[in-house]
Design a protein around this ligand. Structure first.
Ligand code: ADP
Length: 506
């Protein structure tokens, strides 16, 4: 198939979160399976820096294009490069994209985000004509690329170049929708606002909602786990879009994300000191001791009954410090948790209130907890490889990558049963030997603490613990399986497009 992945971020060109991991990995795997896959994203300052540091990926400049927006035309340049086995297009407009961050700074979101991404969406379609390449399917991701199917089904609907392109929208996190004042309707050049500003199109409580454009206009909608696909159709998790999602429930799917098994591999990982696999887990312990020493975490136990170092579980957490990630229920239990014989290492950045709380806790419990702020890829790898357990007490979690990486590294996840966490982690039962982690349902500090205590109990029983670790390490969450599911979905999108437009594809 000819597939275009359109995204606002993709590893290694630009990343703020899990979206970039997905859009960076899936196209490579699809290409390995024989499809013609191309990727398009904006060229940010971060992208330019990566290109400067990696001159082996030579950039070819394609002509500029004029993009209609706000009733005028604004130029951009399309750059092209070959990255591994795929072609990558970069949409370059320095006014919009050559900034320090992708979407927001500490003081808030960029004010022109609607304009930046409506521009990007339209530029993607103009670029296809410039390249004279008409894909079978455009795979859209989140609100930033959601205007694409709106343009296809309005301004371009009678244009033979575009009329057979199918679209699929992946919602990575319904919490981010791209809601803007209705005055931004002027961005959609050539479209009568009355045609799209209605309740069954992109109007959302008097504003415009770009994600809703994707949900309404894409041929197929999917999200990143089967459970989350169900959850978002309920008022509790639908963020005001449950009704419109429910209307599309017969075309709403859930496919679990994979992780890049080359980048995340404990037997070759360049960021870790001691490589290991299921047959040689002793090296995992060496990583743990090394990390604990490096971050001044005490390796001695307070309890005379237990042996020093290896019997103290090291619990890791890597992620955004936000309420979504369960930071508030974790904050409730810091005192009882840190009075247990455990060590905690955290890496993340996010909301100010969690930063100051964690700073206080780190001071009070020196030697028991290490708190690290910022984005640090290397340290993230070391934490996954060194920890015994990994915490993801998320309030909601569309898929979650942290628990999948942890399974690969023999680090046992402790998760709340929600979304993708619920689809991938099963409570370990020492009697049957089944399960790969520890789970809890109620969103409360108490329930979280109980799950951690159960994990710590099993940890003291080596045979059971090893079983739980190996159950996780033996699972396959590489992209291979999920990529096959995506191809099925692409074919479904094409079929649905053919049905709805009556176009016969050869
Ligand atoms: P999100 O909701 O943030 O996308 P995911 O679990 O889907 O959450 O993906 C988060 C990804 O970003 C994981 O690969 C995780 O290891 C990585 N990550 C998150 N925060 C940091 C950080 N501070 N430093 C390094 N990597 C991080």
């Amino acid at each position: 198939m000819k597939i275009l992945a359109a995204t606002s971020e993709a590893v290694p060109f630009a990343k703020t979160g899990g979206l970039a991991d997905v859009t960076g990995a899936l196209p490579l795997v699809l290409s390995e399976k024989g499809h013609d896959v191309r990727l398009v994203l904006p060229q940010y300052a971060m992208t330019k820096k990566w290109l400067d540091n990696n001159p082996q990926f030579a950039v070819q400049r394609i002509n500029g294009i004029d993009v209609p927006i706000k009733g005028i035309s604004i130029k951009c340049i399309v750059e092209e490069l070959r990255y591994k086995n795929i072609t990558v297009y970069l949409i370059k407009n320095n006014d919009y994209f050559l900034r320090d961050e992708l979407y927001s700074t500490k003081s808030g979101d960029y004010e022109d985000n609607a304009e930046r991404f409506v521009f990007f969406s339209r530029a993607v379609l103009k670029m296809l004509r410039l390249k004279n390449w008409s894909p079978d399917v455009i795979h859209l991701n989140d609100w930033q690329t959601s205007p694409i199917p709106l343009f296809l089904k309005t301004v371009y609907k009678d244009d033979p170049f575009y009329s057979s392109i199918a679209t699929i929208l992946t919602i990575h996190n319904l919490g981010y929708q791209g809601v803007f004042p209705s005055s931004e309707l002027e961005l959609f050049s050539g479209i009568n606002p009355a045609e799209i500003f209605t309740m069954d199109r992109i109007e959302f409580y008097g504003k415009i909602n770009l994600l809703k454009a994707g949900i309404v206009y894409a041929d197929i909608v999917n999200t990143v786990s089967p459970k989350y696909a169900q959850e978002i159709q309920t008022p509790e998790c639908g963020y005001g879009l449950d009704g419109v999602l429910k209307q599309r429930s017969h075309e709403l799917y859930g496919i679990i994300n994979g992780i890049d098994y080359d980048a995340w591999n404990p037997s070759t990982d360049k960021e870790i000191l001691h490589h290991y696999n299921l047959e040689c887990l002793e090296n995992k312990r060496l990583n743990k001791l090394n990390l604990m020493n490096y971050f001044h975490l005490e390796t001695g136990t307070e309890s005379p009954q237990i042996e020093p170092d290896e019997k103290i579980p090291l619990i890791g957490l890597v992620g955004r410090l936000a309420a979504q990630k369960g930071l508030d229920i974790l904050a409730e239990i810091f005192e009882p948790l840190l009075s247990m014989d455990i060590r905690l290492i955290l890496l993340g950045s996010g909301e100010e209130k969690y930063h100051s709380l964690l700073q206080k806790i780190a001071k009070k419990y020196r030697g028991k907890i290490s708190v690290n702020f910022g984005y640090n890829e290397e340290l993230a790898h070391r934490i996954y490889a060194s920890s015994d357990m990994f915490l993801m007490p998320s309030h909601y979690e569309p898929c979650g990558l942290g628990q999948l990486i942890s399974l690969r590294y023999g680090t046992v996840p402790i998760v709340r049963e929600t979304g993708g966490l619920s689809d991938t982690i099963e409570e370990f039962d020492p009697l049957s030997g089944i399960g790969n982690g520890f789970t809890f349902t109620e969103y409360s500090g108490k329930a979280l603490l109980r799950a951690i205590k159960r994990a710590c109990y099993v940890y003291q029983h080596n045979t059971d613990w090893q079983r739980c670790v190996s159950n996780g390490m033996n699972q396959d969450y590489s992209w291979s399986n999920s990529a096959i599911e995506y191809v099925k979905l692409y074919r479904r999108a094409v079929a649905s497009k053919v049905r709805s437009s009556g176009i016969q594809k050869l």
